[in-house]
Design a protein around this ligand. Structure first.
Ligand SMILES: [Zn+2]
Ligand SMILES: [Zn+2]
Length: 290
């Protein structure tokens, strides 16, 4: 179990690793391009090589790329669908070039049509992105909090999409805050967590869980809002994270912070240290939890 963080790569890809190293992160997530823009960032071969070098030197791995926020594979807009596929494909290609394990993305919103009506389109879009960027990098669906008509707050929906795509490269990233806020999965509670992970195993398969977005929650259980909080300062709390980290399903996974930061500068040393403390405690509890 490695404690990592989403860090900025502004000024050059490799600088993300300097930032991660500085706050004590053992794994890393970055944007491959500016998240609110369709425009791609041009990463030079030198920067990519430096990135690989630094991640090796400091042992910061795994590396994940978070896709841009504009992607909506359930969109009605042909043009935006094409752009979304191209963005995913570009991030998959970049992942291959910098030794990243995968690309984490949000499926998007169906705007009232329901998953059923959009399943074919979503699956085809993911198949195209994967085919356009062959190789090892995984395409990881992130579960969402269920705001609006966003797709993927239930494990069953994610499982259906994975089945429709039918590629071994499709994996899942579990966001603790989104799970909790959705009202379906109370990960902070021992029984709630056990039930959630049983459902994950049944609908998706635990072997497909490859990353965790470790975020505390500003809103209470079932609050329905995508609002991240610093570790211990929200409704999941350090006890909740101790509960999560002691579960065997998370034993080998990277925990990637996407918290606001105590100085509001994003994931920081304090949040990393807090999670490391919780990990230590959770480890001390042994293998008792199923
Ligand atoms: Zn997330
Ligand atoms: Zn979120």
């Amino acid at each position: 179990m490695r404690i990592g963080a989403h860090v900025s790569s502004s000024g050059g890809l490799d600088l993300a690793l300097d930032r991660a190293h500085e706050i004590g992160a053992e794994a890393i997530q970055i944007f491959g391009a500016s998240p609110q823009s369709w425009r791609r960032t041009n990463h030079t071969p030198e920067k990519k090589a430096l990135f690989i070098q630094k991640s090796r030197d400091w042992g910061i791995a795994p590396v994940f790329i978070h896709a841009i926020y504009l992607i909506n594979l359930a969109t009605e807009n042909e043009e935006n669908l094409k752009k979304g596929i191209a963005a995913l494909s570009a991030d998959l290609a970049l992942a291959g070039e910098i030794g990243a394990q995968g690309v984490i993305f949000h499926i998007g919103s169906h705007r009232g049509v329901g998953l059923e009506g959009k399943l074919g389109q979503i699956a085809q879009a993911m198949q195209t992105a994967l085919a356009d960027s062959p190789g090892r990098p995984q395409l990881c669906i992130e579960n969402c909090a269920g705001m609006g008509d966003s797709i993927g707050s239930r494990f069953a929906d994610i499982g259906r999409i994975m089945q429709a795509v039918g590629s071994p490269r499709v994996k899942v990233c579990l966001d603790t805050q989104h799970s909790f806020a959705s009202g379906y999965y109370n990960l902070a509670d021992r029984d709630g967590l056990a039930r959630a992970m049983e459902e994950f195993e049944r609908e998706i398969g635990l072997e497909h869980l490859v990353a965790v977005h470790a975020n505390d929650s500003k809103c209470p259980f079932g609050g329905g809002l995508d609002r991240h909080e610093n570790i211990g300062a929200g409704h999941i709390g350090t006890e909740g994270f101790a509960n999560i980290m002691a579960h065997t399903a998370f034993k080998e996974l990277p925990f990637l912070l996407e918290v606001p930061g105590f100085e509001k500068q994003g994931p920081d040393a304090q949040n990393v240290a807090l999670l490391k403390q919780v990990r230590e405690r959770a480890g001390g509890q042994g293998e008792g939890l199923e």
